[in-house]
Design a protein around this ligand. Structure first.
Ligand code: THU
Length: 138
């Protein structure tokens, strides 16, 4: 599974986005150390504030399947005709949700933020410095 494959998986997941209110389809794909991939897409709600982001859906799918840690890479895609051409980056809440899963396995995943023209690769720790996590509670 190459980075391009992971990005393709995120784009494929976005085809199932339920985003009638924002018309902003987001896809996420998580790659794990064992080679497995779990995807997610944003799911909105008529009660707007209840929208679930693509990254959060992917993390919840993975964790509900028993996965704890091993997160090595994340790809996030948005609609190419929005965002001013800049690569999409995970929202603050999703950074925190991703950090929980990553921290369980002690990894610092690469986050591939995909734009219409380029891909920005950034460590999760750079997106969420000085993170609060499981170790903060012991
Ligand atoms: N969204 C995501 O799925 N992930 C993000 O990191 C940013 C925002 C979704 C939420 C909402 O359905 C739509 O994009 C517009 O904010």
């Amino acid at each position: 599974m190459t980075d391009q494959d992971l990005i393709a998986a995120a784009r494929a997941a976005a085809e199932h986005s339920y985003s009638p209110y924002s018309n902003f389809a987001v896809g996420a794909a998580l790659r794990f150390a064992d080679g497995s991939v779990v995807t997610g897409t944003n799911i909105e709600n008529a009660s707007y504030g209840m929208a679930l982001c693509a990254e959060t859906v992917a993390v919840v799918k993975a964790m509900a399947g028993g996965t704890r840690g091993g997160l090595v890479a994340v790809a996030v895609t948005g609609p190419d005709d929005k965002g001013g051409g800049d690569p999409i980056t995970p929202c603050g809440r999703c950074r925190q949700v991703l950090h929980e899963l990553a921290a369980l396995g002690g990894t610092d995943p690469d986050v591939l933020c995909v734009g219409p023209e380029d891909v920005k690769r950034v460590k999760l720790s750079a997106l969420l410095p000085a993170a609060f996590g499981p170790a903060s509670l012991v």
